[in-house]
Each structure stands twice: as structure tokens, then as C-alpha cells.
Design a protein. Structure first.
Lengths: 355, 179
């Protein structure tokens, strides 16, 4: 298929349809309302369902219901909306049903602002909802990757039977870039015989599947948590994604950055290269599982003296970077939030102080 | 080589569309492009601006503080962004609505009476197309025939306004060629 010029939000909507998602429930919120605007037109064309919930809390449970019934299902929202859905996300994780959540992050806390931010890193990777669960979190750096990750998210959600999140930011949602859509997947959930609560007549397995998250027997609850834990460990082994930029050079400083912010860092790195200064970048594409080994080995490269995490937040991913660098190098932080994305010039200024 | 063009005006002037058409034409010529809106809270009639980035390699930062060129459709836009343009860039001034001129002497000024030209072509609503074609003819970033085709395709669903926009497009090119 030829390239088309699309807003990130619209492209995410189209990607979902091409991945065979025929159920999209949402509640509008800036800066991602174009996903709903797009899918309200597109879903009827492909025989799918768009339903606007009365609140994000309701949407979260609509997602849970459709997922439990074995349907490919997605919602999109932005920070405060994801907070409201977090209870349902925890239930979905506990009940082990697949669902895709897209968070086009805006500035917070509270109602915050509508401009791009990465202030939901903690929420996405360290909980948000209650209990011992993890979200598999994919962080695109542009429209093309947003499409690829959205499509991949449905497969991952089914592989691990749990919630998967795409964490973008307002810039990725609002920006238009050329995008090519991979071939249609349009497959039914692959393993749903084992867990879906309907479709008995079409199933090979005639076992009665129950969708539940209440386990009053401590032994049973423990078993469920161990099963979840095993999946998270498998994710750490099999799903880590990252990109190195200028990491072949003898860089003195390693930047860790993701999403839109990482692109600004790349421009800064290119500009510094012209001045004869080598800086490396390690960009996590999965925020959970975090690319622990890759960050550690890039940080401890002999030429590297300092590590700096650059984020559109007040310092969140930096805690993971510190955790995996294990004190082998000094880990610094630079970030801004509130919607002003740091410029390449500002990043160069910050980096030069570390040289 | 990377070129950044800021389009600025007030809401309803169609500058987001002009910018999109330029990005679209550049994409058709196999450039990497990004169309980056400013999407802060705005009221009807408030300022609207966006930046198109066109590059022969993958685009890093989509946030541009100093664009190569500026297309200013109203006075506040010129005043706000005049100083940001990189030396040697083009500043297109919609003289129908902007009585003042750039305060710079290191840029190329392109004076286009976009509204008046569009009215002559049939409707003031085509002022954005006049501005787009005049700028594109002066800047020589994308193929003009291809850009014109993109404009035509954009209005495919509203066939009766295609002639207006084609006339406006040609008028814009003529202004740039005679300037």
C-alpha cells in the first residue's frame, strides 16, 4: 500500500481496524479525540462497533466485557481518562483477558494541560491500578511506529492474555506523518478457546470458561498471581524492544529517552556530531519490559562517563535507568513538562555541562 | 537537507490545509515530511499555525523554533514569527491583511495580496491556495504541477470549487514569478 499522510490519532484508529479490532469504546478527551472521530466513521464501514461510554470508568468495563467475550477490543484516552480506567485495567489483568489501551499522554497531574507530556510513565509501568499486575507498554516515536505498535499490541495482548498499552504523547497524536500500513492481520483472537466466555458452539474446547478476578481462597489467589508473574517474566525474556542511536561511537555521554523526546535528542546528537562531540542514545521502545541489559551495557561502555535521562516529565524513567545502571555510572536527569518540549539547543547545553 | 515552513494566520483562513497540501506534495516526491500543528487551546478567530518539515532524511525533532520560511497570513503572525525565520529564508506576507513589512534585511520578502487575488479568482476562501502556490513557486521546494494536482485531489469531493482553486493557484504562481 502507498504511503498516506495521517495524524497519529487517525493512524492508530486505522491500525486497529487492520488488526481486526471491531470493537472500540471510548470517551473523548484532548489530545486524542481524533481517534474516536475517525473510528466513528470507519467502524460502521467494516461492520464494527463504536460506542461512546458515559465516562472512562464505564469504558474500562465495556472493554473488560468485550475482552472476556473473546473480542478484539481497544480504547484510547489521555492521562486523566486512563486514571479512571485503571481500576478496570487491574481487573482485566487479574482476569487474564486481552485488551489494548492507548494513552496519548497530556500534562498532569490533575486536569493538567493538553500539551504533550511523558508524565504517565509511572502510571503505565508501575501500576496505575491496584495489585500485583504489570502492563506491557509500547512507546512509539512517531506515526509509523504508532501504527506498527498498535497492530502488534493486539497480538501481544492475546499472547499474554492481558492488557497492553501504547503510550504516546500529544505530539504523536496530533502530528501528521507519512505512514504505510502493514498487511491486514484481521485474525480472530488466537487462543480464545482457552479463556473466552462465549462462542461455545464454535469452540474446539468444550470446557466452561469463567472470567473472574475474585479469588477468596488465598491458595487460589496466590496461584493466579504466580501465573501473572510468570507471564511478566516471559515478557522480560521475549518482548524487550529498544533502539540504539550513535551507540557505535565512543560516546562520552549516553542519553536515555523515548517517544517524541528521543527524536529531539537525535537531532541534538546529530548537531553535536558536527561539532565533533559523540553522544549515544538508548531509546526504550518497550517501557515495560524495560531494556535492562541494553541500558546497562550501553551505560557501562568504556568511553561512557555519564548517563542522562531526558524526558518530558519531572523525572520518571530515570528511576529505572538508575536501577539498572546499578551505580556503575552517574545518572543525571533533564526534563521539562507543561507542554514545552525541550529544544535540541537546550539539550546540547545540558549535555555540554556533563562533558 | 531539511526545510521547515511555518504557516501562520487566524483560524478559518485554511492555513492548516495549505500546510498539509505542501507536505502531501513533498511526500509524493519521496521526501520525509512532518506536519506539526500547534494545538493549544484556541478560540474561534484566534491564531492558528503549524509547521511543515521536509527532509531528505528521517526527521528528528518535529519541534522547530527557527523555521527556514514563514507564510504569514495576518498581521499578528508576521509580528510574532518575523524574528524566528532563519537568515536567507522567505517571508511571505499577505499584504491584503498586513499593512506592515518584515523588519529583517536578511530575508527574502514575498508580498502577496492573497485575499484580493482570491476574490478576483472567485472567492476569498481561496486565499490560502493563492498563498500556498505563490510561496511554493518562490521557494521551489516541490514540483508545482504535482502540488497543483494535490490541490485538485483535495477538492475532489467538492468538484464545483475546483476551478476556483485552480485559478487561485495559477494567480499565486504568477504573483511569485513577477515579484
Amino acid at each position: 500500500m502507498a504511503k498516506v499522510l495521517m495524524k497519529g490519532n487517525e493512524a492508530i484508529g486505522e491500525a486497529a481496524i487492520r488488526a481486526g479490532c471491531l470493537n472500540y469504546f471510548a470517551y473523548p478527551i484532548t489530545p486524542q479525540s481524533e481517534v474516536a472521530e475517525y473510528l466513528v466513521k470507519r467502524m460502521p464501514e467494516v461492520g464494527g462497533v463504536f460506542l461512546q461510554g458515559e465516562s472512562e470508568v464505564a469504558v474500562g468495563y465495556m472493554i473488560f466485557g468485550a475482552a472476556g467475550a473473546g473480542e478484539r477490543v481497544m480504547t484510547t484516552s489521555s492521562s486523566p481518562g486512563i486514571s479512571l480506567m485503571s481500576e478496570a485495567i487491574s481487573y482485566i489483568a487479574a482476569a487474564q483477558v486481552p485488551a489494548v489501551f492507548v494513552n496519548i499522554v497530556r500534562g498532569g497531574p490533575g486536569l493538567g494541560g493538553i500539551l504533550p507530556s511523558q508524565g504517565d510513565y509511572f502510571q503505565a509501568t508501575k501500576g496505575g491500578g491496584h495489585g500485583d499486575y504489570r502492563l506491557l507498554v509500547l512507546a512509539p516515536d512517531g506515526v509509523q511506529e504508532a501504527v506498527e505498535m498498535t497492530m502488534k499490541a493486539f497480538d501481544l495482548a492475546e499472547k499474554y492474555r492481558g492488557p497492553v498499552m501504547i503510550m504516546g504523547d500529544g505530539m504523536i497524536g496530533q502530528m501528521m506523518e507519512p505512514v504505510e500500513f502493514p498487511e491486514d492481520l484481521k485474525s480472530e483472537p488466537s487462543n480464545k478457546d482457552d479463556w473466552a466466555s462465549n462462542g461455545m458452539s464454535t469452540r474446539k474446547s468444550k470446557k466452561r470458561n469463567l472470567v473472574r478476578s475474585l479469588f477468596l481462597d488465598p491458595k487460589e489467589l496466590n496461584e493466579n498471581n504466580l501465573a501473572l508473574k510468570a507471564k511478566y517474566e516471559q515478557m522480560k525474556r521475549e518482548e524487550v524492544l529498544f533502539e540504539g542511536y550513535n551507540t557505535d561511537s565512543d560516546y562520552k555521554v549516553l542519553i536515555t529517552s523515548y517517544g517524541t523526546m528521543s527524536r529531539v535528542c537525535k537531532t541534538a546528537i546529530d548537531m553535536m556530531k558536527e561539532q565533533g562531540i559523540e553522544i549515544g542514545l538508548l531509546r526504550p521502545k518497550t517501557l515495560f519490559p524495560f531494556p535492562e541489559d541494553a541500558v546497562f551495557s550501553a551505560a557501562t561502555k568504556q568511553s561512557c562517563k555519564n548517563v542522562i535521562s531526558i524526558e518530558m516529565s519531572m523525572g520518571q524513567m530515570v528511576e529505572d535507568v538508575e536501577r539498572v545502571v546499578k551505580g556503575q555510572r552517574e545518572v543525571h536527569f533533564y526534563g521539562e513538562c507543561g507542554g514545552d518540549i525541550p529544544t535540541p539547543e537546550k539539550i546540547i547545553e545540558v549535555i555540554k555541562e556533563l562533558l | 537537507m531539511q526545510t521547515e515552513i511555518k504557516f501562520a494566520g487566524f483560524g478559518g483562513q485554511g492555513i492548516l490545509l495549505s500546510a498539509k497540501l505542501l507536505a502531501y506534495a513533498a511526500m509524493k516526491q519521496d521526501y520525509f515530511v512532518a506536519w506539526v500543528p500547534s494545538y493549544g487551546p484556541e478560540m474561534r478567530g484566534g491564531t492558528a499555525y503549524c509547521t511543515v518539515v521536509i527532509s531528505d532524511k528521517r526527521i528528528g525533532s518535529p519541534i522547530i523554533k527557527n523555521p527556514s520560511h514563514l507564510v504569514a497570513m495576518n498581521r499578528p503572525s508576521l509580528e510574532k514569527f518575523d524574528q524566528d525565520v532563519k537568515p536567507g529564508g522567505i517571508i511571505m506576507i499577505n499584504s491584503s491583511l498586513i499593512p506592515s513589512r518584515s523588519e529583517r534585511d536578511d530575508i527574502i520578502e514575498l508580498i502577496v495580496p492573497a485575499n484580493e487575488t482570491a476574490i478576483k479568482a472567485g472567492s476569498v476562501r481561496a486565499a490560502n491556495i493563492v498563498a500556498l502556490s505563490a510561496f511554493a513557486a518562490k521557494a521551489n521546494i516541490v514540483d508545482l504541477d504535482l502540488l497543483k494536482k494535490c490541490v485538485k485531489e483535495e477538492f475532489a469531493a467538492k468538484a464545483k470549487i475546483i476551478p476556483l482553486n485552480m485559478t487561485a493557484f495559477d494567480a499565486g504562481v504568477a504573483i511569485a514569478n513577477n515579484s
